[in-house]
Design a protein around this ligand. Structure first.
Ligand code: PLP
Length: 625
């Protein structure tokens, strides 16, 4: 059985081998499979500690290719006259290695880049060496931004300046006159259509981005006056990210096509229709319109887009534009996996129940024991209610000083024994109440994960986003533990207690028992989009180590790039400490200790060594499991 749903969300890139390891399978079926535990061993042999963000280059290559293949297939099938020109929005993963690889793998498809700031434009200009590919410049612009884009156009790039605000057009016109460049202009529109989903505030009339219809008309009038309608080349809209329902995409596109036709009617040259991002990732593998999923395949997405544009523009006898999508999430999500180890576990121990209670024991304790002895399938709910009631009574007595610490301990032991007994029988109850249904979760063990949710999975903390998380080995063994994962930040939000489930969300993850000090490795999958730069330094846990592998057709793999994660000195410097000063200050404190006789000079030597090693070291834990 596919307990973790890997065959549903893995998109063919991940699977389980016969010996129970998670494997990476980047080529078509029957291609080689690389075991993730082998990759971990290779990393550790090279001295790279977990947590590690593993990037699989082949997956990125495959995702770009499949996007283009699917659009090409739809274009061929429908006899569409334009071409597909994908662009990758740099904001989705700005890391240099990622942008470099996208530019490299994208070149054969003329895959371009979308930028939303000067910094992103500078990265795009230096990494995209393809004059057929587009650089779509969204975001608010000042003269410097506009100049950079215009210079790009002068150098032969298809640098399209998309108006986000009406005031940008006079600026673009003025700067293009000064620099002597005919600009390529686009316009972002506010659609009235909206989609359901987490990130869909960017659509709709009240969207903070884009021009209203009246503002678009003003822009056209200005261009006409300047005799520059030929510079208006692109219509852009962005409905939001992770759009689970294809119907929303189709509806918005219909509206956009009407706007496109209107722009052509007004005499704008046009030629490009840019649908923005939104192509969703099926994080939970449910193939539904849940927020973590999508109710369409990539082929359906492409076919729907091509067919919709064609049907509306053919009706108006308007030439088919090149279609641009700014798919970020779908391009890079699969490409990175966060690998981490479990440091330790804490579970509710089975404690022996007292045979006899002392005569003077508090009454609620006696009642709890009675409840325990009366549990049967027929009275589970009643026992549950009573147990909670008496447990609360004991707590109240304790607060008032009417029972001792030891007495409270005994009462709680009995309370948990009751809860465990109920949990063992609850599966037999036909229609359990919400409380009973959640009782097994309340007994979950806590596994301590060597990572920071805030640094590596920020969306999981910030917006309850779900990522598939599972062990990467021991998958032939039946897991026996229901687990909540706690990270190593000292923050009660630093945990994972919502996991993918084909029927919604589950509160615990089934994991294996930790065995006599053996390492236990988990992976958080599909984390290549948005997580890296949104991550923060909570508790000063820094960037993790990063390793990129390339899998060869014979099944071997190469470690092609490694990036050391932040050291303690690095993260301290991010928050304005000067590591040299930190060392200096501590040395003075240590020397004072010597002067005052608290430590010997040899102690000072050992202490300073430990301190310096600490400064140089990784911010995560090592050497435990
Ligand atoms: N384009 C624009 C303008 C965006 O704001 C975004 C992100 O929300 C994207 C593209 C990327 O969207 P996605 O990651 O859903 O493909």
């Amino acid at each position: 059985a596919d307990l973790y749903g890997i065959n549903s969300w893995g998109s063919g890139y991940f699977g389980v081998s016969e010996n129970g390891d998670v494997v990476i399978t980047p080529f078509a079926e029957n291609g080689p499979a690389v075991s993730i535990p082998d990759v971990i061993k290779g990393l550790q042999d090279r001295g790279m500690d977990l947590p590690v963000l593993l990037r699989v280059e082949n997956i990125l290559d495959a995702q770009i290719t499949v996007l283009h293949d699917c659009f090409r297939a739809a274009i061929r099938e429908f006899g569409y006259q334009g071409e597909f020109r994908g662009v990758f929005p740099i904001k989705v993963n700005q890391q240099e290695q990622v942008v470099e690889k996208i530019a490299q793998y994208g070149q054969r498809h003329h895959h371009g880049l979308e930028v939303g700031s000067k910094a992103e434009l500078i990265a795009a200009l230096s990494y995209l060496n393809d004059h057929e590919a587009c650089i779509v410049c969204n975001g608010y612009k000042d003269a410097e931004f506009v100049d950079l884009a215009l210079y790009g156009t002068k150098m032969g790039y298809k640098c399209i300046l998309v108006l986000e605000m009406p005031s940008e057009l006079p600026l673009i016109l003025a700067r293009s006159k000064v620099l002597g460049v005919r600009p390529l202009i686009g316009v972002r529109i506010k659609l009235s259509s909206r989609a359901g989903g987490h990130w869909t505030e960017s659509g709709g009339d009240l969207s903070i981005f884009g021009l209203s219809t009246a503002e678009v008309v003003d822009a056209l009038d200005l261009l006409r006056k300047e005799d520059m309608l030929d510079c208006m080349r692109l219509l852009h809209f962005h409905l939001g990210s992770q759009i689970p329902n294809i119907r929303d995409i189709r509806e918005a596109l219909r509206e956009a096509c009407r706007v496109y036709a209107g722009l052509v009617d007004e005499g704008a040259a046009m030629g490009y229709l840019d649908l923005g991002g939104g192509l969703a990732v099926d994080y939970d593998g449910s193939h539904t319109n849940f927020l973590s999923s999508r109710n369409y395949t990539l082929s359906e997405y492409c076919a729907d887009i091509v067919e919709t544009v064609m049907s509306i523009l053919d009706e108006r006898e308007i030439a088919h534009p090149h279609i641009i999508t700014e798919s970020g999430r779908a391009t890079v999500a699969y490409y990175s996996v966060l690998l981490f180890n479990i440091l330790d576990a804490s579970r509710l121990e089975d404690r022996a129940l007292p045979v006899d209670l002392p005569e003077d024991c508090p009454e609620p304790t006696e009642n709890l024991l009675e409840v325990y002895n009366s549990i049967s399938l027929k009275n589970l709910q009643e026992c549950y209610n009573d147990a909670i009631y008496y447990r609360d009574e004991i707590r109240q007595m304790f607060r008032l000083g009417n029972c001792t610490l030891r007495e409270r301990g005994v009462a709680e032991t009995i309370f948990w024994a009751i809860i465990k007994e109920i949990a063992q029988r609850v599966d037999e109850v036909k229609r359990p109440t919400v409380e009973l249904a959640g009782i097994q979760d309340s007994l979950a063990s806590i596994y301590y994960a060597n990572m920071s949710v805030f640094q590596s999975l920020p969306d999981s903390w910030a917006i309850d986003h779900l990522f598939p998380v599972m062990p990467v080995h021991r998958l032939k063994e039946q897991p026996t533990e229901k687990v909540v994962l706690a990270d190593i930040t000292c923050d009660c939000d630093g945990k994972l207690d919502r996991f993918i489930d084909p029927r919604g969300v589950k509160r615990t993850l089934d994991l294996h028992e930790l065995k006599n000090g053996d390492p236990y490795y988990l992976g958080a999958f599909l984390v290549g989009a948005y997580q890296e730069t949104l991550g923060d330094l909570h508790n000063l846990f820094g960037d993790t180590n990063v390793a990129s592998i390339h899998i060869n057709e014979d099944g071997s793999f190469d470690f092609v790039r490694e990036l050391d994660g932040d050291s303690v000195a690095d993260v301290l410097s991010y928050v304005e400490y000067d590591p040299k000063m930190v060392l200096e200050r501590f040395r003075n404190v240590a020397e004072q200790g010597v002067r005052e006789g608290r430590i010997s000079p040899q102690d000072r030597y050992s202490i300073m060594k430990a301190f310096e090693n600490g400064l140089r070291g990784y911010t995560y834990l090592n050497g435990l499991r």
